[in-house]
Ligand binder design. Sequence first.
Ligand SMILES: [Zn+2]
Ligand SMILES: [Zn+2]
Length: 198
Amino acid sequence: MSAAPKSVTPPSPFKVAVRDLPATRTVAVSAAFVADAVKGLPLRDALDGDAATLDDGGTAVLELYGDEENVHVSGTVTGKVTVACGRCVGPVGLELGEPVRVTFLPPHSMPADDLASVEDVELGENDLDVYPFDGETVDLEPLIREQFVLAVPFAPLCREDCLGLCPQCGADRNHAPCVCEKPVDPRFAALQGLKLPS
Ligand SMILES: [Zn+2]
Ligand SMILES: [Zn+2]
């Protein structure tokens, strides 16, 4: 250790100083981190129990290098996030492992919201995602959070042919068929509600 740091804040595993680039950073992702990242998603909040006790989490292995302006980050975020099945509300463990490739841009080159200026930013052909940074320190936390959010599909299923809950009695039809009548086909239900002029 050389000069004493100005601040006593402990170094965050998510933060990488531009002066340390190029660098490879391995970050352990805890269940609590995942729980915070996906909090508020309806099919996450529908899960029973304490989210922090799930065996969610993972590991981010990211390589960072800077050019004169930007910081390019690539690697993988692997791990698991649990959500509720869109039909039966049972737990569904989703695996992460897609490659990540993003570019961090300093404030003056962050594109405005209009698409025209996005095209002005010179990005590699696979750099679809951009994040801001202050020019000195890259914060990997929002990038890693987003990977867990992106892993949750609009309608996750515990299995393709999940039978779901009975809309009338609420029984989980994966475990046992219930005795309710088969619901009327919604197309005919609409017709039944139709008042024909007499
Ligand atoms: Zn299900
Ligand atoms: Zn039923």
